[in-house]
Design a protein around this ligand. Structure first.
Ligand SMILES: Cc1cc2nc3c(=O)[nH]c(=O)nc-3n(C[C@H](O)[C@H](O)[C@H](O)COP(=O)(O)OP(=O)(O)OC[C@H]3O[C@@H](n4cnc5c(N)ncnc54)[C@H](O)[C@@H]3O)c2cc1C
Ligand SMILES: NC(=O)c1ccc[n+]([C@@H]2O[C@H](COP(=O)([O-])OP(=O)(O)OC[C@H]3O[C@@H](n4cnc5c(N)ncnc54)[C@H](O)[C@@H]3O)[C@@H](O)[C@H]2O)c1
Length: 453
């Protein structure tokens, strides 16, 4: 009998395995499907490589203003760019695949026989505990199912050698808006369709509105509308919405992801499923009811992000190895659009106490203007009672760095005054944050002015 069997050698599973391996525990990984983790081979890494190419190409738009000639003549060689993305992807994924041999690992689809036993390729394996780390797969909504084999998803997107002239992107969550904007900047006519009035899951209506305006410069956004019918026409498709039709050559599905639980037989051993179709887990322990079975990483659909997947494996491993239980970190979600969208800590609708909000527009922020990236908005939410910083939201240049500074402030429960005690250099994008904080500490200040220099 093993101490623990881990299902899935993705980021969560391999991280859990490395903890058990270091502790000399009697563990086994059972892996099924592609090797090399979603993050490295189909997710974070190739998508950021693709976005970087698009961002670099887009820089040419500033060149005339900067006095640099010839920007208009630049062009992008998509097959070459995609080969570059794949070479980075293969390097990242290759490192992980090469390292898999050091683990006690077998391959095949598992099925629970009872809460302590699984069967893989006709052989039974028993363990005191199981960690299900099987991740997610792209969702294929009903109207697209007849053409599933021809759909682009992130499972095949980075293997494309070239892209057609018009692509409809279904879903404007993190994946859809990141890849949609990048495709548009590489010359594809992109229509982004989202069923709800959301982009990248933004909860702040004002930032959402700013984001819509900025991102509409690159792609056509159709929000709050549903595709009722998909029709194949020659080499392309017609998407029928309630009051309009969209013609496109290809469809990229980015309409969410489905946890990989099929075939595990959890229902047969008495696991109860919640309204969201997933096994009900305690979010502190990630444990299913009275079973010694845990769901870690994207498969539990709680915070489907890489750093959370790693943390969740530590949360589970620490319980099984009776180690100190790590605390959950402050929520931090970054979407790599240009400018970056980020949500940090609690958002206004989740906050139960009265709040004060400080905001700053980046439209006239000094350093952003120098960079030719002066667009966006940042909002900071603080407790009205004691001005402790509770959360923030932005679409702002340098947002991936600003959001880390704000996550630190939220996690350390800093007040607005305490954060303002730190130095803010001049001229930097962080001075915008300073202005937003001053907007809270001194509401009479003009919130759009930067420091005088
Ligand atoms: C396009 C894209 C971009 C992303 N960008 C970012 C980003 O910038 N930042 C960020 O933080 N996150 C990002 N993510 C999310 C991030 O990739 C995930 O949070 C992370 O990969 C989750 O790791 P995991 O271990 O839960 O799942 P995975 O890494 O998917 O691992 C699950 C593994 O289990 C295997 N498996 C499936 N079924 C079974 C079974 N029955 N038995 C055994 N094994 C099985 C699968 O083959 C897979 O290898 C992105 C995701 C995508 C798709
Ligand atoms: N930068 C990052 O950290 C990053 C980047 C990409 C992905 N991810 C992770 O991957 C996860 C999955 O990303 P995702 O973008 O696929 O999912 P998502 O759940 O974030 O967004 C899916 C979007 O599709 C919409 N939608 C659903 N069904 C639809 C339909 N039939 N027609 C039109 N719109 C529809 C939803 O309203 C939602 O806005 C994310 O939750 C995120 O955690 C993170």
């Amino acid at each position: 009998m093993y101490d623990v069997i881990i299902l899935g050698a993705g980021s969560a599973g391999l991280n859990a395995a490395s903890i058990f391996r270091k502790k000399d525990a009697n563990y086994l990984i059972v892996h099924h499907g592609f090797k090399g983790t979603t993050c490295a081979s189909r997710g974070c890494m190739p998508s950021k490589a693709f976005i970087q190419v698009a961002k670099s190409f887009h820089e040419r738009r500033k060149f005339n203003d900067f006095g640099i000639n010839g920007g208009d003549q630049l062009n992008v060689n998509i097959p070459h760019a995609m080969a570059h993305v794949r070479s980075l992807r293969d390097r990242f994924a290759g490192g992980i695949i090469n390292g898999m041999d050091k683990y006690n690992i077998i391959y095949g689809q598992s099925r629970f026989i009872d809460p302590e036993t699984i069967e893989v390729a006709g052989k039974r394996y028993q363990a005191k505990a199981f960690i299900i780390c099987t991740g997610t797969s792209p969702s294929i909504p009903a109207p697209y199912k007849p053409y599933a084999n021809d759909m682009l998803t992130t499972d095949n997107f980075f293997d494309q050698k070239d892209f057609p002239a018009r692509i409809a992107v279904i879903g404007m969550g993190a994946i859809g808006i990141e890849l949609g904007q990048a495709l548009a900047r590489l010359g594809v006519k992109v229509t982004g369709i989202n069923r709800s009035n959301k982009i990248a899951g933004l909860k702040d209506a004002e930032i959402l509105s700013v984001a819509k305006d900025i991102l509409s410069e690159d792609l056509d956004l159709i929000l709050c509308k549903d595709v009722t019918k998909v029709e194949k026409r020659g080499n392309g498709y017609t998407l029928h919405l309630e009051t309009q039709k969209i013609e496109c050559d290809k469809i990229l599905l980015a309409a969410g992801r489905v946890p990989n639980l099929d075939g595990l037989g959890l229902e047969d051993i008495g696991v109860k499923f919640a309204d969201n179709g997933l096994p009900a887990i305690d979010l502190n322990t990630l444990k299913i009811d009275n079973f010694s079975i845990y769901l870690s990483g994207d498969v539990n659909a709680y915070r489907p992000l890489l750093h959370e997947a790693s943390d969740e494996s530590e949360i589970v491993a620490s319980q099984l190895l009776e180690l100190k239980n790590p605390k959950r970190r402050v929520p931090l979600q970054i979407t790599f659009t240009d400018p970056v969208i980020a949500q940090i800590g609690q958002q206004p609708d989740d906050i139960e106490e009265e709040i004060v909000t400080g905001s700053v527009s980046y439209d006239n922020q000094g350093r952003a203007r120098i960079m030719g990236e002066n667009r966006g908005m940042l909002k900071v939410y603080a407790s009205k009672r004691n001005q402790v910083i509770l959360g923030a939201c932005m679409i702002a240049p340098g947002g991936e760095h600003l959001s880390h500074l704000l996550a630190l402030a939220v996690q350390q429960k800093l007040t607005v005054a305490q954060l303002l005690e730190f130095p803010f250099y001049h001229p930097v994008l962080e001075e915008g944050l300073r202005t937003a904080l001053q907007h809270i500490s001194d509401p009479c200040r003009d919130c759009v002015t930067d420091r005088l220099c």
